[in-house]
Design a protein around this ligand. Structure first.
Ligand SMILES: [Zn+2]
Ligand SMILES: [Zn+2]
Length: 325
C-alpha cells in the first residue's frame, strides 16, 4: 500500500474546505495557546535561571532532556514513521504508547497530524501543501514570510484537511482513535508528570513548578521548533542527493535535533522507508529504536527500498521542479 497517498492519478487540487466560524475560532485559539504559552514560559524560565540563578539545575536538565527525547521519539517513531507512513508494524500497546508520547508534544492530535503530513507528501511544495515555504509563488512572497509560514504560520491557517481522503485507515483504528479523542489528557499528563517528579525530588512546591516549567513547557517549546524545522529549514537549507520533484533537503543539524527526521530528502525520496539513514554517517536514532523493537519481537515488516531502487533514484532527474529556485 502506498502510504504517501501520492499517486500520479491524484487530483492536483487538495480536498480542503473552509470550516465553520466557530471551529475556526477554536482552531485559532488552540494554535495561539500552543505556540504562545511554551514561548512565554521559556522566556520566564531563562530569566529566572540566567537573571536570578534559580529554577534550573541537574533535576530540571534531566527532566528537559528526558521528556524531550520521549516526545521526539513519539513524533518521529510514532506519529511520523508508524502512523503516517506505515513504515513498520508493531503491537497495539506499543502503538498506543507511541501515540500518547506524540500527543504529549502538543503538535495536535495524532489523526490531525497524520492527515496534514500525508497531504504534505501528496502536494509537496506545490499548491495544496499545508506548510511549504514556497506556498505563495504567484505573488513572489518574500522568502522570509514563506519560511515563517512553513515553520509556524500555517498552524493559523483556516484550511481543514479531508480526513476521509487522507487517513481512512486511521479512522478505523479504534485504539488510536481513542488516543486521539483524549488528546488534552495526554498534554496534561506531559506537563503533570515532570511537575510531580520535580516536586518529589526537591520536596517543595517550587520544585514542582520548576519541573513543570523545564520538563513540560520549555521542553514543549524546543520539541515544537525542532519538529517545525523539518517543514521550514529542511525545505530550504541542505543537500538534495535525490533530485526528486520537491524541495526536501537533508540537513544534519535538524537530523540531530529530531533524532533522524532531518534526512528529509532521503525521506521524501522513499517516504515508506523505516530508516532515514542512507549513508553510514547519517544519524538516525528513531530508525535505531525501531530496529531495537524488532530485535525484541515488538516490531516487524520493517520497510526499506532495495539498493537498486536507491541507485536508480539517485541517477534519475526530476520530471519537473515545483519550487522556485
Ligand atoms: Zn517535507
Ligand atoms: Zn513524512
Amino acid at each position: 500500500m502506498d502510504t504517501t497517498f501520492a499517486t500520479a492519478a491524484a487530483p492536483r487540487k487538495p480536498l480542503v474546505h473552509a470550516a465553520n466560524i466557530a471551529a475556526h475560532r477554536m482552531q485559532l485559539a488552540l494554535a495561539t495557546v500552543a505556540v504562545a504559552l511554551p514561548t512565554m514560559a521559556t522566556v520566564l524560565a531563562f530569566v529566572l535561571w540566567l537573571g536570578y540563578g534559580i529554577g534550573f539545575g541537574p533535576v530540571e536538565a534531566t527532566l528537559l532532556a528526558g521528556f524531550y527525547a520521549l516526545t521526539i521519539i513519539g513524533i518521529g517513531c510514532g506519529y511520523h514513521r508508524l502512523f503516517t507512513h506505515q513504515a513498520y508494524k508493531t503491537t497495539t500497546p506499543v502503538r498506543v504508547v507511541l501515540a500518547i508520547l506524540g500527543s504529549m508534544a502538543s503538535q495536535g492530535p495524532v489523526l490531525f497530524w497524520c492527515a496534514i503530513h500525508r497531504r504534505h507528501h501528496n502536494f509537496a511544495d506545490t499548491d495544496g501543501d499545508s506548510h511549504s515555504p514556497y506556498f505563495n509563488k504567484e505573488t513572489r512572497m518574500n522568502r522570509l514570510v514563506g519560511f515563517w509560514h512553513a515553520h509556524t504560520g500555517w498552524l493559523f491557517s483556516t484550511e481543514v484537511t479531508d480526513w476521509g481522503r487522507y487517513i481512512p485507515d486511521l479512522l478505523k483504528d479504534r485504539p488510536i482513535f481513542r488516543v486521539n479523542q483524549l488528546y488534552f489528557v495526554w498534554i496534561a499528563l506531559g506537563l503533570a508528570i515532570p511537575a510531580a517528579i520535580g516536586g518529589l525530588v526537591h520536596g517543595t512546591l517550587a520544585g514542582a513548578g520548576y519541573g513543570l516549567l523545564w520538563g513540560g513547557l520549555v521542553r514543549t517549546f524546543f520539541v515544537h521548533h525542532s519538529t517545525w524545522c523539518i517543514n521550514s529549514v529542511c525545505h530550504v537549507f541542505g543537500r538534495r542527493p535525490f533530485k526528486i520533484n520537491d524541495e526536501a533537503r537533508n540537513n544534519w543539524f535538524v537530523a540531530i535535533l529530531t533524532f533522524g527526521e532531518g534526512w528529509h530528502n532521503n525521506h521524501h525520496a522513499f517516504p515508506y522507508a523505516m530508516s532515514h539513514r542512507f549513508k553510514w554517517y547519517q544519524y538516525d536514532p528513531n530508525g535505531g529504536i525501531v530496529k531495537l523493537l524488532a530485535k525484541f519481537g515488538l516490531a516487524w515488516d520493517l520497510r526499506s527500498p532495495s539498493a537498486e531502487a536507491v541507485r536508480e533514484k539517485l541517477a534519475s532527474a526530476p520530471a519537473g521542479h515545483n519550487a522556485p529556485g
